[in-house]
Design a protein around this ligand. Structure first.
Ligand code: ZN
Length: 271
């Protein structure tokens, strides 16, 4: 189905057990890639009939010195806005490659395909995959993602989420010390789309101006041995907000982070 249909009809992908949603996103992305000079489908398969991780690579055609950033969505299968935003980012890159000038991007729109098809937060094992990184090997979805996180050694990791308890947008800043300086302006820019959650405690964690440092253990992150640490941002939209607004907020945040990381890195700013 065309992506516009998905974003305009959230019920179409929000109903448990209707299946094939991952297949629809895959078809849409591959179709986009087939018409693009710069988007490459690089899906990962564990074995010929095995588990499938959807992955698209986009590389700035004008630059050899790329910063490598991974964008991850849909690790909680019932959070749709990040998935749609990740796919729309691919479309936007096709329209305007300057959005990611100097970047090599790896986009993983559906990190939990089983959950996405079933409309559930958890992975196939029934476990919350975003508590299982680096220390638990039994979830197949995690194995594929960990392999890639190790192989790619990202300069930045952005994970897109939706929170059904939040009153506005907020984020987690981890990894490199400059992360907060990327997240703050991104939240500011996205507050034109959806308000910030300004409560002192969000999702059981102390928050400062919509930013949480630390948070849960076992979330999608760079491998523990990777140094220096990349910037690591988790961005959350309020699930009760209209889906279109959530998607737009994700897109604003992604573009703002890419813009500012490029600026900070090129100026060699030491924050
Ligand atoms: Zn989530």
């Amino acid at each position: 189905m065309p992506l516009a249909d998905v974003s305009q009809r959230p019920e179409a992908i929000g109903t448990r057990g209707s299946g094939h949603r991952t297949e629809s996103i895959l078809r849409y992305g591959d179709h986009l890639a087939a018409r693009s000079r710069f988007i490459e489908p690089q899906h990962v398969r564990e074995s010929p009939d095995g588990r499938h991780l959807i992955r698209y690579r986009w590389a700035d055609p004008s630059s050899a010195h790329a910063y490598r950033v991974g964008i991850f969505a849909g690790i909680h299968g019932d959070e749709q806005s990040g998935v749609i935003a990740a796919m729309q980012l691919l479309q936007h890159l096709e329209w305007d490659p300057r959005v990611a000038q100097f970047y090599e991007l790896f986009i993983y729109p559906i990190c939990n395909p089983w959950g996405f098809d079933e409309g559930t937060r958890e992975g196939e094992s029934g476990r919350d995959l975003n508590r299982r990184f680096w220390g638990h090997e039994e979830d197949g979805e995690i194995r594929l993602l960990e392999q890639d996180l190790r192989a790619k050694r990202f300069d930045g990791i952005i994970a897109l989420h939706t929170d059904d308890t939040s009153e506005g947008i907020y984020g987690y800043a981890n990894g490199s010390t400059l992360t907060r300086h990327l997240l703050e302006p991104a939240l500011h820019a996205a507050s034109g789309v959806l308000p910030r959650d300004t409560r002192p405690e969000i999702d059981t964690h102390p928050a400062d101006s919509s930013i949480i440092t630390g948070g849960y253990t076992g979330i999608l992150a760079a491998p523990p041995e990777q140094h220096p640490r990349p910037f690591e941002i988790v961005f959350e939209t309020p699930q009760l907000a209209p889906l279109g607004r959530q998607v737009e907020a994700h897109l604003v945040v992604l573009k703002e982070i890419l813009k500012n990381f490029r600026t900070i890195s090129s100026e060699g700013m030491d924050i």
